[in-house]
Design a protein around this ligand. Structure first.
Ligand SMILES: Cc1ncc(COP(=O)(O)O)c(C=O)c1O
Length: 451
């Protein structure tokens, strides 16, 4: 599929939110849980197409968030819509945990082809990222007969109790839920822009060495004997924590540690997978390094709810009845996933790499222009911009980040924060250079208006 090159600009006609949007926001406040972590700005969607979202008041926004990295093929891609429409006339549900249909082995086979896992794989289908992570945790415990996990500060793996035990990107996610359900120990993420001790930039070799030493010389010698560790769970590009890529040397060292101690290397590609980083998976940026177990969701179904946990076939050795889900692997969601992968392989992964590089170059120009941009980082169309008070001190500037997010919204550009003081760019992978030019122009204006 050729990405759309139609040049269009956002069109904001009312004060935001407009009157019809405000009605929905008010009803939401009355009837919907207040626990959703919505940003300060209030986007109400009426319909969307490609990279454009229209609100109920007719305002049109350029979407550089893609429903939090989900609408990988853009909103309502015609081929996705057609595939879903055909499928709903044929089979909507049967419960793949008790019966059979072609879509499960078809997508399982496809994931076997594309996942960076050694040897043949098997897949368990779920409905969300958190469920895919739960599957990975249960499988690792079952296979190793061990109970402990290692996770990273800043990580996000979901909000169900098992996944929440891994998650540590914000206090709000944990507050009120008391002890963690699983035995998880958290360690620093190898962030070369902020070394976990100095909070200052360092190099990949240093931060790799320091985190690996923490594992081997501290954890393994004290609270967390390696022979009791079922899995280490890694986001190869940390998502909610700030769009931070892990160094290749670090990922390789984790693989070594897992091999030495029979620990499962669980790679969470829920946010970084499905072409987002300019390769099918973020782990593909680290040649030769394979996962034991992988989690996918978000971009896999172009917006249909789906999660998948794919593992080495010899690891997925659990007994009948050990794990299943009524809706997981629903034929409509699987149809969307099969079509999504076809579109990704048909050009969108390449587009993510090429247009992502173009966007990154533009963001780096803004970094040179503004003292408040401390770091631009990421891969493909998974790019983070970290805001600071100034380049000399690199003091985090969360309020400035929030102000820029709002200023972008008011000008019709949808971007979202991540980490304490960063903005993430996670556009639909159909984004074209012309869209990038418009987005960068608005981002530039928003920064200028907010400093
Ligand atoms: C890396 C990662 N894992 C897991 C999840 C949880 O996915 P879900 O919200 O579909 O449960 C997320 C969601 O943001 C994520 O980014």
């Amino acid at each position: 599929m050729t990405p759309s090159t139609e040049l269009q600009r956002p069109n904001i006609k009312t004060a935001l939110p407009g009157p019809k949007s405000q009605e929905i926001i008010d009803a939401d406040a009355q009837y919907v849980t207040p626990s959703y972590p919505r940003p300060d700005y209030k986007l109400v969607a009426d319909h969307a197409s490609g990279v454009w979202i229209t609100d109920p008041d007719g305002n049109v926004f350029l979407d550089c968030n893609a429903g939090v990295a989900v609408c990988s093929t853009g909103h309502c891609h015609p081929e996705i819509v057609a595939a879903i429409q055909k499928q709903v006339t044929e089979l909507i549900h049967l419960c793949g945990t008790d019966f059979y249909y072609r879509h499960m082995p078809e997508l399982g086979k496809k994931l076997n082809e594309i996942c960076p896992i050694e040897g043949p794989t098997k897949t368990h289908f779920a409905n969300s990222g958190a469920e895919a992570v739960e599957t990975a945790l249960k499988l690792a415990m079952y296979h190793t007969r061990r109970q402990k996990f290692i996770s990273f500060f800043g990580s996000f793996h979901g909000r169900t109790l098992g996944a929440l035990s891994l998650t540590s990107s914000r206090k709000a996610q944990r507050l009120g839920f008391m002890r963690q359900a699983l035995d998880v120990v958290h360690i620093p993420y190898p962030n070369k822009f902020r070394h976990f001790v100095t909070d200052k930039p360092t190099d990949e070799a240093t931060v790799t060495r320091d985190v690996i030493n923490w594992i081997e010389k501290k954890l393994f010698q004290t609270t967390t004997p390696p022979e009791e560790v079922a899995g280490i769970v890694l986001e190869v590009v940390q998502g909610e924590g700030g769009y931070i890529p892990a160094p290749t040397a670090f990922v390789r060292e984790l693989r070594r540690i897992c091999d030495e101690h029979g620990i499962m290397l669980i790679i969470d590609e829920v946010q970084s997978g499905m072409g987002r980083t300019g390769k099918m998976f973020a782990l593909d940026h680290h040649p030769g390094i394979k996962a034991d177990i992988m989690c996918m969701a978000k971009g896999l179904g172009s917006g249909m709810p789906i999660g998948a946990c794919t593992a080495r076939a010899d690891i997925m050795d659990w007994h009948k009845g050990a794990h299943a889900s009524t809706f997981g692997g629903n034929p409509v969601a699987l149809t969307a996933a099969l079509k999504t992968i076809e579109l990704l392989q048909g050009g969108l992964v390449d587009n993510s790499r090429k247009v992502g590089a173009y966007l990154e170059a533009g963001l780096n120009r803004l970094k040179d222009k503004y003292d408040c941009i401390g770091d631009v980082r990421g891969l493909g169309m998974m790019l983070g911009v970290e805001f600071v008070t100034d380049k000399a001190s690199l003091t985090p500037a969360p309020e400035l980040r929030d102000a820029i997010e709002m200023a972008c919204f008011n000008r019709g550009l949808i971007i979202l924060g991540c980490g304490a003081n960063s903005i993430r760019w996670s556009p639909p992978l159909i984004l074209a250079r012309e869209h990038v030019d418009v987005a960068l122009e608005i981002f530039d204006e928003a920064i200028a208006a907010s400093i």
